[in-house]
Design a protein around this ligand. Structure first.
Ligand code: ADP
Length: 267
């Protein structure tokens, strides 16, 4: 941090035989952690309060003005179900995040066939993609490719990335997932496997890229909420990739689309 951002604790105590002892303690990091924690709690509270306020409002309307109106009742119940769904997804993502954080130092022990895992993830998301008019293609996943990993967590990584590509990059009509071995990845300094999720949608402005994996960071909050997003997907992805000692790279060009690349160490 720059000098202006540093926080020091200074204590002055009388020294034996006169004079004073002055001690300086750099508490910048503690202060930053405290600030991050406070921001996180404020964000979570805000995200929960929004659907709760909507739910309470509709309950009141159903109890009063819309009491005897079956058409309005149906419409309000549908909105309430959507808001309750939003809260459920938020709580689920918060739990995933805290679980991944708690396990971040433990190396995953399972063996996973990445080709099979990707083909399963794409099959699960095909109905969502079809509904959005997007074609999903898997390139290079013909042979099984085993790595040491946590299958559920990696499924979550690729599910989040492909779902985002469909949700935000769907105007490009095609999302490609490419699986490839890399002999030596510069980030890993060794052999790895690379999974690239590429969309041809509207792309992301360069100023947003460094902050995209922060919790609750969204390029367009209104759009994310309308799509049912929690703003935690990429934060979860980043933590899972870190736990697997991998790397996440995000490249994007306005008007051309985005590419999210995950490189994981082989053995
Ligand atoms: P959300 O729940 O909002 O989707 P994420 O953490 O998954 O949260 O993503 C954070 C933000 O990054 C999204 O709100 C969106 O603005 C942007 N984003 C993610 N993936 C893409 C993509 N493929 N194309 C364009 N924008 C994206």
């Amino acid at each position: 941090p720059s000098v202006a951002e540093q926080v020091w604790r200074v204590t002055v105590a009388p020294a034996p035989g006169g004079g004073a002892i002055c001690s300086f303690l750099d508490i910048t990091e503690q202060e930053l952690i405290g600030q991050l924690r406070r921001d996180f709690v404020a964000n979570v509270s805000h995200e929960l309060r929004t659907p709760l306020t909507a739910l309470l409002g509709f309950i009141e309307t159903l109890q009063t003005t819309a009491k005897d109106d079956p058409v309005a009742r149906e419409r309000f119940l549908a909105i309430m179900a959507r808001e309750a769904g939003r809260m459920t997804r938020l709580v689920k993502d918060l739990l995933s995040l805290s679980r991944v954080e708690a396990e971040e130092r433990q190396r995953p022990a399972g063996s996973v066939d990445l080709a099979g895992l990707l083909s399963g993830t794409l099959s699960a998301l095909r109905p969502v993609a079809e509904a959005a008019g997007v074609e999903l293609e898997l390139l290079g996943g013909a042979e099984p490719l085993a790595i040491r990993a946590d299958a559920d967590q990696l499924t979550q990584v690729f599910h989040n990335l492909v779902e985002n590509a469909v949700k935000y990059g769907g105007s490009g009509k095609r999302v490609s997932v490419r699986l490839e071995r890399v002999a030596v990845d510069p980030g890993l300094r060794g052999p790895g496997v690379m999974v690239q999720v590429q969309d041809r949608g509207e792309g992301i402005d360069a100023i947003h890229l460094p902050r995209l994996t922060e919790r609750f960071y969204r390029v367009d909050a209104h759009r994310s909420r309308a799509q049912g997003g929690t703003g935690l997907g990429l934060a979860i992805v980043k933590h899972i990739v870190n736990r697997h000692r991998g790397r996440l790279r995000i490249e994007s060009e306005k008007g051309k689309g985005s590419t999210f690349t995950v490189v994981l160490p082989l053995a």
